[in-house]
Ligand binder design. Structure first.
Ligand code: IFM
Length: 460
C-alpha cells in the first residue's frame, strides 16, 4: 500500500470573511466584501458574511473539532480590517487578541498554524483611496504585515502573503463578480501587479524582521489542455495558462512576466504598471508555492477579448459549482510546476468540492461524492510525490460550510456541515473518512461509518 510521507502536512483551510462573522464587533472595520454584500444584487439570496459561521464566538468549539479531526495543521486568514480598521495607522488590540487566542488554541492542540495575510477583505477605507489600483496599497499592506508578524510571529511559522491574486484582481476588477465589482481589464492588470508588489514587500519585511519560519504565496491554478493540435488552439491554451498561472508564478519565482502574454497584452493596449526595481522585489526568495486546485479545462481559440480563448466542456462529472472533476489535471500541474521551478517546495493550500449535501433523518451527511473527489485528488498528489514532486502538505477546502462569496451560503464545501439556521456543526461522512486518511497516511481506508459515528456519540 502506498503511503504519504510520515511528516506530511494534513490540514483544513478557511478564510476570515467566510467564517468569522462578528463583522461589527470589537473594533473591526468594514471591508470591501461588507460593502459588496450589502449592495443589492451582488450575492445570491442577498447573503452576507455578517454572521457567517460565528467562528469568532465559537472558537473553542471549532478548535476542538480540528483536534478531533486529527489534522496537524490549520490554514486560516487574518482579517486586515480587524487588525487595522481603516487599513493603516491605528492597530486594534482586540483584533490581535482574537488571532492570538486562535494560534494559542492551535498550538496547545499540537496543530501548526498557517496564516494567510490577505484573503480578499481589503479595508473599505483603502478602497476609497483607490484600493489595489493604487500602488500605495502595497505599502500599507507591508505595514499591516509587519504588525501581524510582530504580534504572532513568535508562534506562527508558516505564512502565506496573498491568497489567489488572480481572483482578487480579475474577478474583482474585470469580471466584477467579486468585490469591489469593477469591470476594467487595465485596472485588473494594475491590481495584479500591486498585489504581487504587496507580496514582495511583505516578504521583505518578514526577512528583515528575522522572523522564524516559512513564507510563500498561494495561487489558484489549473491545467489547460488544447482541444486540438491546431496551432490556434494550442496558443489559446498557452495564453490561458500564462494569464492564470504564469502571470503570478513567474514574477514571484523567476522575476519576470511571461514574455508571450506581455506582448499579446501590449498589442491590445494593456501594460502592467511595472516600475524600476519592482520585479526584484516581487521575486524575493519564498520558501514554498501554495497551490489551490479545483479543476482543469479544455481550451479552444475564441473571439472573446482580450484573451481569445474559450472553455470547452468535456462532459465529465461536475461538482455543485459546475466545475469538472479532473484529478489528473492536478498531477499534470504538479509535474509542470516542478519542471518550471525545480528549487521550490509545494503545498496544496486548497482542494475540495462543493456538493449538494443533505442531512439524513439519522443526522448523517452521506457525502460520498466529496469522498470520491478527495480520494481521487489525494491519489494524484501521492503519484506526483512518488514521481519526485516536492509536495509537502495538503489543506482541504474547507473545514466547514461557509460563505461562498457571490454564491452566498448555497454552495457547501465543508467536511463539517453547518446548519445556518442555528450554526450547529455536524461531521459529514467525509470528515470521518479524512480522519482515517490523516491517521493512516493512505487512502485505502475502509470505514464502517455506522460504527464510527456510534462510537463518536458514545464518546460525547
Ligand atoms: O471559497 C473559495 C476560497 O475562498 C478561495 N478558493 C476557492 C474557494 C472555493 O470557491
Amino acid at each position: 500500500m502506498k503511503n504519504f510521507p510520515d511528516d506530511f502536512i494534513w490540514g483544513t483551510a478557511t478564510s476570515a470573511y467566510q467564517i468569522e462573522g462578528a463583522s461589527r464587533e470589537d473594533g473591526r472595520g468594514d471591508s470591501i466584501w461588507d460593502r459588496f454584500c450589502h449592495t443589492h444584487g451582488n450575492i445570491h439570496n442577498q447573503d452576507t458574511g455578517d454572521r457567517a459561521c460565528e467562528h469568532y464566538y465559537r472558537l473553542e468549539e471549532d478548535l476542538n473539532i480540528l483536534e478531533d479531526l486529527g489534522v496537524n495543521a490549520y490554514r486560516f486568514s487574518v482579517s486586515w480590517p480587524r487588525i487595522q480598521p481603516v487599513g493603516r495607522g491605528h492597530v486594534n488590540g482586540r483584533g490581535i487578541d482574537f488571532y492570538q487566542r486562535l494560534v494559542d488554541g492551535l498550538l496547545s492542540r499540537n496543530i501548526t498554524p498557517t496564516a494567510t495575510l490577505y484573503h480578499w477583505d481589503l479595508p473599505v477605507a483603502l478602497q476609497l483611496e483607490g484600493g489595489w489600483n493604487s500602488r500605495n496599497t502595497a505599502s500599507y499592506f507591508a505595514e499591516y504585515a509587519d504588525e501581524v508578524f510582530r504580534s504572532l510571529g513568535d508562534r506562527v511559522h508558516s505564512w502565506i502573503t496573498i491568497n489567489e491574486p488572480w481572483v482578487a484582481s480579475f474577478m474583482g476588477h474585470w469580471t466584477g463578480q467579486h468585490a469591489p465589482g469593477l469591470q476594467n481589464f487595465q485596472i485588473a492588470l494594475n491590481v495584479a501587479h500591486h498585489l504581487l508588489l504587496a507580496h514582495g514587500k511583505a516578504v521583505e519585511v518578514f526577512r528583515s524582521g528575522n522572523h522564524k519560519g516559512d513564507i510563500g504565496i498561494t495561487c489558484d491554478m489549473s491545467s489547460y489542455y488544447p482541444v486540438s493540435e491546431s496551432i490556434e488552439d494550442r496558443e489559446a491554451a498557452l495564453r490561458l495558462d500564462e494569464h492564470k498561472v504564469k502571470w503570478f508564478t513567474h514574477p514571484v519565482l523567476k522575476g519576470q512576466y511571461p514574455e508571450g502574454l506581455l506582448s499579446w497584452y501590449s498589442e491590445k493596449g494593456y501594460e502592467p504598471p511595472v516600475q524600476d526595481g519592482d520585479m526584484e522585489l516581487i521575486s524575493g526568495k519564498v520558501d514554498f508555492l501554495g497551490i489551490n486546485y479545483y479543476s482543469s479545462f479544455d481550451i479552444k481559440k475564441g473571439e472573446n477579448q482580450p484573451l481569445e480563448a474559450d472553455f470547452v466542456p468535456t462532459g465529465r462529472d461536475k461538482t455543485a459549482m459546475g466545475w469538472e472533476i479532473r484529478p489528473e489535471g492536478l498531477y499534470d500541474l504538479l509535474i509542470s510546476l516542478q519542471k518550471q521551478f525545480p528549487e521550490t517546495p509545494f503545498l496544496i493550500t486548497e482542494n475540495g468540492a462543493a456538493c449538494n449535501d443533505e442531512v439524513d433523518e439519522d443526522g448523517r451527511v452521506r457525502d460520498n461524492e466529496r469522498i470520491d473527489y478527495l480520494k481521487s485528488h489525494f491519489e494524484m498528489a501521492l503519484k506526483a510525490i512518488e514521481d519526485g514532486v516536492p509536495l509537502k502538505g495538503y489543506f482541504i477546502w474547507s473545514l466547514m460550510d461557509n460563505f461562498e462569496w457571490a454564491y452566498g451560503y448555497e454552495k457547501r464545501f465543508g467536511i463539517i456541515h453547518v446548519d445556518f439556521s442555528n450554526l450547529k456543526r455536524t461531521w459529514k461522512d467525509s470528515a470521518a473518512w479524512c480522519y482515517q486518511v490523516f491517521e493512516s497516511g493512505h487512502t485505502d481506508v475502509s470505514l464502517d461509518f455506522d460504527s464510527f459515528f456510534d462510537e463518536e456519540d458514545e464518546d460525547d
